[in-house]
Every structure is written in C-alpha cells, then in structure tokens.
Design a protein around this ligand. Structure first.
Ligand SMILES: NC(=O)c1ccc[n+]([C@@H]2O[C@H](COP(=O)([O-])OP(=O)(O)OC[C@H]3O[C@@H](n4cnc5c(N)ncnc54)[C@H](O)[C@@H]3O)[C@@H](O)[C@H]2O)c1
Length: 402
C-alpha cells in the first residue's frame, strides 16, 4: 500500500515518517517548497522528538513533491493534514482542506482504480460528509462509495510527543463513508498501532463530534480543578491538591488532568472547546459546560496576577519560568506563560522570562519590554517573585535545590 500525505507540518511530517517506519512507501505533498526540500534532504521540517531518526532510518521509502499529479498518481491512499484555523466565530475553517481536495480531485481524474482520501485535520461536525465530500466528488468526477472512499481519522496527539502518540494512541477514531473505505483505513492503522489498540468506527459526523468531545471533556476536568483552586484561594485551610487527589481516586472520575494549576493552552484545547460550543449553537442548543470551561480558563491568568500582587508591588521584578504551552515543545500558541508575562507587564511589573526552548518564539510576541535570560539563575537572582508556569524537567532539577 502506497500513501501520499498532504501537509508536512507539525503533524503531517511525523505521520509521513511513522508510516514509512511501518513499511509503507510514502510521498509527501506540500505547497511550501521548503518543507518538500527538507523531506527530500531527509531533514526534519519541524522540531519533534524521533522525527529525524525515522526520516534517516527509513529514507528509502520516503519522497516529497509539490507536484500533485506525480504525488497522488502512484499511491492508493491520500492523507490530508493541512491547517483548519479557527474563524472569528470559533468554528474551524475548511479552506485549506478544500484547496487540497481540489488538487487531489483533479489528480484522481487521470488515475484508475480505488482510492481512499483520509482527512486527519480537525473539522467541524458535518464537514467531511458535507462540503468536503461534495467538493471531492465535483473535482474528481467520481462518487464517494464506489471507486472512491472518504474517511475522517483525527489525531489525539500532543506536540513534543507526536511520534509516540501516533504509534501508541489510547484508541483510533475512524469516521467512514462506507465499509470498504473503513476497512482499507483499518488495515493501514493496524500496521501502525498494532493489534491491541481499540478502533472506533462510525460515520464521519459522529467521529467529528467525538474528536472535539474528547478535548472538551479534558478541558472541563482542568477547569473543574481550577475552579476548586479558586474556592480554596478564599477558604481558610482548604487545599485544591488534597481535594483533587482524593476525587481522582473515584474510578468514575480518575485523576488524570484533574489538578489545580495554570489554565490550559496550546493549539488544540482552547479552540476545540470553543468549537464544541459553536457546534452546539449550530445544532440549536447551548453547550453551557464548554462555555463555562472556557470562561474559567480565561480568568486563570488574572488569578495568578492577583496572587503575584500578594507578594510584590508593581514596579518590582517577577520571573516567569516557562513560556511554551507545555514541556517538550517551542510552541507558544495560547501559552499561559506568555499570557501571564503580558498581563504582569500591563499591570506595571518588570518581567524577566526564561524557557528552555521557546525564547525565540516568545521574543517575537512579548517584545522588548520583557527581559529574556538564558539561565534560570539569572531570572531568580533579580526577581521578587518567581512563577513556574511549565513543568519542564530542567526546572524540576533546578528548583529541587531550593
Ligand atoms: N498541532 C497540534 O497539536 C494538533 C493536534 C491535533 C490535531 N491537529 C490538527 O492537524 C491539522 C494540521 O495541524 P498542524 O499543526 O500539523 O499544522 P501546520 O501548520 O504545522 O502544518 C500544516 C502544513 O500544511 C501545509 N499546507 C497548507 N495548505 C496546504 C495545501 N492546500 N496543500 C498542501 N499543503 C498545505 C503547510 O504548508 C504546512 O506545511 C489541523 O487541522 C490541526 O487542527 C493539530
């Protein structure tokens, strides 16, 4: 089975390499020549643990091109993993997926035999079996269901752990246009994840709803723990860690992601939670739990600014340790560390920041008013208050000495 992967970004490049590592002949396609050149030079186009090792070890099965016809022609399955940015209303936009579908569809006009198209990008419920299927049929001149299959197969990975997440997921989610399409995708997925990982098969709209439900349920747990934290801030003798640790022992609840701390950030949690609320509105209902989850999350930075204010006055220096949205990545999208640093500067504090990986990305966002340091010692030597925002292993080691 030969596979084309459209979009060689933070998820697409690791997916390409993982598929090659499982014996598939793969061809990457991207509109960005630099990503294609990087793959052909066997150089990771994005920073992700194990990606470079896989590209090097399985190079004989990997190629990339900007030529859609050449890229699609020799393959049986095309995986689409291009951006679906959130629009002003919070819904994911399909524009890049539809652009890719147009190219795939016209390439399929001159290809014979069965072809499966798999959408891995996160889409709003109703997209895959709606505008995406319609565009694919119009551009390819084929009907989905006969010699053309269409599936939705979103990824539940976290940046910094993408390769591991692709190889060892908790479960595989497949939304299938028909049984044959699902069977072909199951064969592909089984070669990647092995025989014991559960695979949930359903129609595309259920799979689209499942994808955003998973993240929204997790963010709900995070906001629940932070809500407990807010109560404990003002309840003498109360400690959110003690309460959440006890609650987590109930097997109906579980302790994962149930710990008071900072709000959640990153490229998926915030926008999937908002998109869930939008999906509910579109279904003429009100997802109050998703909306409340988002509201609680938004006030966590103010809560921290208030806490800092109990220990230092504006004009004093505060160290913000950790600017990426989680350990192991340089991505700062919706990062709580960045939001806190900006809020503290706005409140009149001097802010010194440190991060083992995300300083360059943070510099572009925080601007010249923040002081950037290369070593944790430099930050804490000049700060009245130190706020550790990201549990980088480096910090655990460093601060355990204090
Ligand atoms: N990053 C995450 O943590 C994460 C997690 C789960 C799901 N997702 C979803 O995966 C999808 C991709 O995310 P990402 O983080 O890999 O994006 P990314 O921005 O890192 O990479 C996208 C790639 O697609 C390419 N591209 C854009 N338009 C194209 C087109 N028309 N044809 C071919 N290539 C095109 C870009 O050049 C880029 O290389 C999104 O829908 C996102 O929501 C992301």
């Amino acid at each position: 089975m030969r596979i084309s992967v459209v979009g060689l970004g933070k998820l697409g490049a690791p997916l390409l390499a993982v598929l090659a590592s499982r014996g598939f002949e793969v061809c990457g396609i991207d509109v960005d020549q630099r990503s294609v050149d990087a793959i052909n030079a066997r150089t990771a186009p994005v920073v992700e643990p194990h990606l470079q090792e896989l590209l090097t070890a399985h190079s004989e099965r990997i190629r990339a091109t900007t030529d859609w016809q050449a890229g699609i022609a020799g393959t049986d399955i095309t995986c689409i993993i291009v951006p679906t940015p959130s629009g002003a209303d919070g819904a994911f936009k399909n524009d890049f997926v539809l652009d890719a579908i147009e190219q795939i569809g016209s390439a399929l006009r001159s290809k014979t035999g069965y072809h499966l198209v798999v959408v891995h990008s996160t889409t709003m419920p109703g997209s895959v079996d709606g505008p995406i299927r319609e565009h694919l049929e119009a551009c390819s001149g084929r009907r989905v269901g006969s010699d053309l299959g269409l599936c939705y197969n979103p990824e539940f990975i976290a940046l910094g752990n993408v390769v591991e997440g692709l190889l060892n997921p908790d479960f595989v989610l497949i939304g299938e246009s028909d049984e044959r399409a699902g069977d072909v995708l199951v064969d592909m997925c089984r070669r990647v994840v092995g025989g014991s990982v559960p695979i949930s098969r359903m129609n595309p709209v259920n799979a689209e709803l499942t994808k955003i439900s998973v993240n929204t349920y997790v963010t709900m747990k995070i906001s629940f723990a932070n809500m407990l934290g807010e109560i404990c801030d003002n309840l003498a003798g109360a400690d959110a860690d003690i309460v959440t640790r006890a609650i987590g022992q109930d097997t109906r609840i579980g302790g994962k992601y149930l710990k008071g701390g900072t709000g959640y950030g990153g490229p998926c949690f915030p926008r999937d939670t908002i998109a869930f609320a939008v999906a509910a509105q579109r279904a003429n209902t009100d997802a109050v739990l998703a909306t409340a989850t988002h509201t609680v999350n938004q006030r966590q930075v103010d809560r921290l600014v208030k806490l800092v204010g109990e220990h230092a006055d504006p004009g004093e220096t505060v160290a913000v340790m950790g600017l990426s949205y989680k350990p192991g990545t340089n991505v700062i999208e919706e990062s709580q560390g960045i939001l806190l640093a900006a809020a503290l500067m706005k409140a009149g504090y001097r802010v010194v920041v440190h991060d083992p990986a995300a300083i360059d990305a943070a510099r572009a966002v925080l601007g010249p008013n923040a002081s950037f340091v290369a070593e944790p010692e430099e930050a804490i030597s000049i700060a009245s208050v130190v706020v550790i925002m990201v549990p980088w292993p480096e910090y655990r080691e460093f601060f355990s000495a204090y």
